[in-house]
Structures are given as structure tokens and as C-alpha cells.
Design a protein around this ligand. Structure first.
Ligand code: FCB
Length: 455
């Protein structure tokens, strides 16, 4: 394969999130989050595990930053646990929680690693959920206050901010399919949650900017092509609907000040949405949501191949639509489809005029573990990442303003409803000893970074 060089200054990073790696869920005054509650509810997590210890990053952060340094990372995307900062969601601030992130940021900067901080990666304080969580409009103001407190403290040093991670997952998996916390199965709540997540993003943007001089602020969405499984008109329509539900539902309000009309109509027709209850057309909400941002974060894992007979109620959406035959699959059961990253990035530029993008997550779950010599030969992960980097490079060549790439994930970690059954890390974590072993993919990635090129 030929050598493909990335533009000068291209940002090479890796990503994690708080609940998935930190552990220490009862330490330094941290409050309960919806993931603590959900994970301890029987039958919600595949291996009945939880994030109480996870990668113990809350105690091992210094070593983990040293690991990042060894891998040559230029940037690190992590998230802040809201319940560490406001254990009760709002009101009394827990200084010890803020101090943890402050120390982490200092350490990153002293190693020359640029921090990219995500404010919300799904661990909502449980007390806010008890009031209705994201389905309740009052959570919007609580989020803006939280964003204010965090950016006030870290804003002198953190210059890249991501308000939300994947609002589709937080709303639809959390409130509609019930596969994620808080585990509701209520369409009305899910749609309201999506609106409130977007609104809280838009209202937080100017607040973060005011606290963090010259900050770059954006949001991260999970996106991907939606294609029909057959040439039938029914499947074509199902693919249109899924694209609208998954991609356009978030992109249109962010970049066009309106929810997609076909999807609003579909939801109303299916009885999912009562327009008198959620102000989806409110001009001031829409204006706020479309607050100009500096970049869009793109999380890309796969495409969706959609069959009309599999999504009437979208109950088990994520599983039922990934039906591509004759493909390769990761251990997550996700199709390997690198072209989808190219297609997605090109579309964002062409249809939405996105001025700057980062791939804020991309990676694969493969269970390869240490051999007798302690080496982890995860060739499939190397192939996966290489093919996606080639796709990203093609997008840059045709003019997509892609500024960086964050591999998911730095460490094997708690993979939500799949518990510890999935390993996305470029570093193996031995959960019994908390030993970290860089996999072959980590060493390969270090070389990519050094060369600023993929071969
Ligand atoms: C994304 C999440 C991330 C991780 C990866 C595999 O949807 O943002 O936390 O779980 O999937």
C-alpha cells in the first residue's frame, strides 16, 4: 500500500470516557450517576459488571498519561464526570472532583499532550434523573451551570471543548430502547431528551467561550451511512427514515435550524411524538441550538443496512439494522466498513458545510489477548484502523477539513451494556492486576504518529 501523508499539524489522539475508565465511584464526594444505578440493576449489563473499579484510572492517571506520552499522542480526549463536580446535579460544588481533572490537565500539558474535554459522556447525576433526566427541560439549565463551573476552572488550560458525546445514544438508547441508562422505553421521553440535549449544547457554547479564552467548542455526534438492504421501495424508505432518525435529527437543527420534516411527520404518524409537548419548532430554541461552533466531532464505527421489516418499532434498533451480509464483523457485532467514514465526512462538508471536523472516535473491539510472551498481536485492529485512516485521508484529499483523529480507545474499558466483554483498547488491561500492556496496534499507532502518515 502506498504511503499517505497527513497535513501538517494533523492532531493524533486517543479517547476515553469517565465512567468507562475511572472507577472510584464513591471517592472524593462523587454522587451517584445513572450508570451506577443502571449497572446495578439486574440483567442490564451482559456480564453483570459495573464501573466501580473499571481501569482504576482515578488512581492511576499519572501512569496513564505517561503511557500516552510513550505512545506519542499529541492529544487526549477524556470526559468529565458531572456527579464528581455536582454530586446532586446542581448547587453545591465538589472541589475535590474538579481538582482531579485540574491535576490531570496539568499533567497532560506538562507532557505536551493537548486536552480535549467532553462535558457529558452519559453519566448524568442520578438525582437529576429522578426529576425526569434529559426528558425534563430543567436538566438543560443544570447542564449549563455545570458547563460554566467546569470551564471556569479548567478554561485557562483546556482549549478544546466538546459539549456532548453522541446525543443519539444518550436519548434513544437511554430513553427509547432502554439498552443504556436510564433504561426507559418511552418514545416521547426520548424525543424530548434529544431536544434538551441539543438545547443544552447550544446554550453552553457561549458560556464555555466566555470562560475559556480562544477556546474551540464543538459537539460530537455518532454518524454513519444508512443504506437499504434491497432495491425494494420499502427498504429505501426505511433507509431514509433511519438516516433521518440517526443522522439528520441532530445535524439539521445544529446546522439548519430545523428538525427534518419527514422524521417529525414519521414520529407523529407512528404515535411517538406529541408536538404540543416538545417545542421542536420553537424559534428561540432552534436559534440557540444552532449556535455557531468551531468544529464537529464525528464518531464513526459502521454503517446501517436497513430492512423495512426490521424497524417497525425500532425496539432493538442498533442490532436489527446492522444486517449487511458477506461482511467482516468485529467482536461487537459491528460491520467493518471503512468507506462509510469517507462517505460521512464528505457528506458533512457537502450537505452541511461543516467548517472543521475531528474524528473523535473510531476503533474496534477484538478480544485478542497476551500470548505466552505477553505480547498482544491484534492485527485485525491494526487493519481496521489503517483502512479507516486511508478513508479519512481520501476525504482530506477531496477537500474535507478534517483536523484530527482520536482512536477509541486508549485502554480496554467498561463497554456500557456489554460490560467488560468487549475490548476496544490499543492497550490491554489486565483487570485483576490493572497492568497495562500496549498491544501491537499501540506500537503501530505510535509509528503512524511519528511519521504523520499511514502506509
Ligand atoms: C461509542 C461511545 C464510546 C464507546 C464506543 C465503542 O458509542 O461513545 O463510549 O462505548 O461507542
Amino acid at each position: 500500500m502506498s504511503r499517505r501523508e497527513f497535513p501538517e499539524g494533523f492532531v493524533w489522539g486517543a479517547a476515553t470516557s469517565a465512567y468507562q475508565i475511572e472507577g472510584a465511584t464513591h471517592e472524593d464526594g462523587r454522587g451517584e450517576s445513572i450508570w451506577d444505578r443502571f449497572a446495578k440493576t439486574p440483567s442490564k449489563i451482559e456480564d453483570a459488571s459495573n464501573g466501580d473499579v473499571a481501569c482504576d484510572h482515578y488512581h492511576r492517571w499519572r501512569g496513564d498519561v505517561a503511557l500516552m506520552k510513550r505512545l506519542g499522542l499529541a492529544a487526549y480526549r477524556f470526559s468529565i464526570a458531572w456527579p464528581r463536580i455536582f454530586p446532586l446535579g446542581r448547587g453545591a460544588l465538589e472541589r475535590r472532583g474538579l481538582d482531579f481533572y485540574s491535576r490531570l490537565v496539568d499533567e497532560l500539558l506538562s507532557e505536551g499532550i493537548e486536552p480535549f474535554a467532553t462535558l457529558f459522556h452519559w453519566d448524568l447525576p442520578q438525582v437529576l434523573e429522578d426529576e425526569g433526566g434529559w426528558a425534563n427541560r430543567s436538566t438543560v439549565a443544570a447542564f449549563v451551570d455545570y458547563a460554566d463551573a467546569v470551564s471556569r476552572c479548567l478554561g485557562d488550560r483546556v482549549k478544546h471543548w466538546i459539549t456532548h458525546n453522541e446525543p443519539w445514544c444518550a436519548s434513544m438508547l437511554g430513553y427509547q430502547t432502554g439498552r443504556h441508562a436510564p433504561g426507559l422505553t418511552d418514545w416521547g421521553a426520548a424525543i424530548a431528551a434529544s431536544h434538551h440535549l441539543l438545547l443544552s449544547h447550544g446554550l453552553a457554547v457561549p458560556v464555555v467561550r466566555a470562560n475559556s479564552r480562544a477556546a474551540r467548542v464543538g459537539i460530537t455526534l455518532n454518524l454513519g451511512p444508512s443504506v437499504p438492504a434491497s432495491p425494494s421501495p420499502e427498504d429505501a424508505d426505511a433507509a431514509r427514515h433511519f438516516d433521518g432518525h440517526f443522522n439528520r435529527w441532530f445535524l439539521d437543527p445544529l446546522y439548519r435550524k430545523a428538525y427534518p420534516r419527514d422524521i417529525v411527520a414519521d414520529y407523529v404518524e407512528r404515535g411517538h411524538l406529541d408536538l404540543s409537548k416538545v417545542p421542536l419548532t420553537d424559534a428561540s430554541d432552534l436559534e440557540a441550538i444552532a449556535a455557531p461552533t468551531d468544529f464537529l466531532g464525528v464518531n464513526y464505527y459502521n454503517r446501517s443496512v436497513v430492512r423495512s421489516d426490521r424497524i417497525p418499532e425500532e425496539k432493538n434498533l442498533a442490532r436489527s439494522v446492522h444486517l449487511a451480509p458477506e461482511s467482516e464483523w468485529t467482536d461487537m457485532g459491528w460491520e467493518v466498513y471503512p468507506d462509510g467514514l469517507f462517505e460521512t465526512l464528505v457528506r458533512l462538508r457537502a450537505e452541511y458545510g461543516v467548517p472543521k471536523m475531528y474524528v473523535t472516535e473510531n476503533g474496534a473491539s477484538y478480544r485478542d489477548g497476551p500470548d505466552a510472551h505477553g505480547r498482544v498481536a491484534d492485527d485485525r485492529r491494526i487493519g481496521f484502523v489503517r483502512d479507516h485512516l486511508v478513508a479519512a485521508h481520501r476525504a482530506i484529499e477531496v477537500g474535507v477539513p478534517l483536523a484530527g483523529y482520536f482512536l477509541w480507545s486508549l485502554l480496554d474499558n467498561f463497554e456500557w451494556d456489554r460490560g467488560y466483554t468487549q475490548r476496544f483498547g490499543i492497550t490491554w488491561v489486565d483487570y485483576a492486576t490493572q497492568r497495562r500492556v500496549p498491544k501491537d496496534s499501540a506500537l503501530w499507532y505510535r509509528h503512524v504518529i511519528e511519521e504523520n502518515a499511514v502506509e
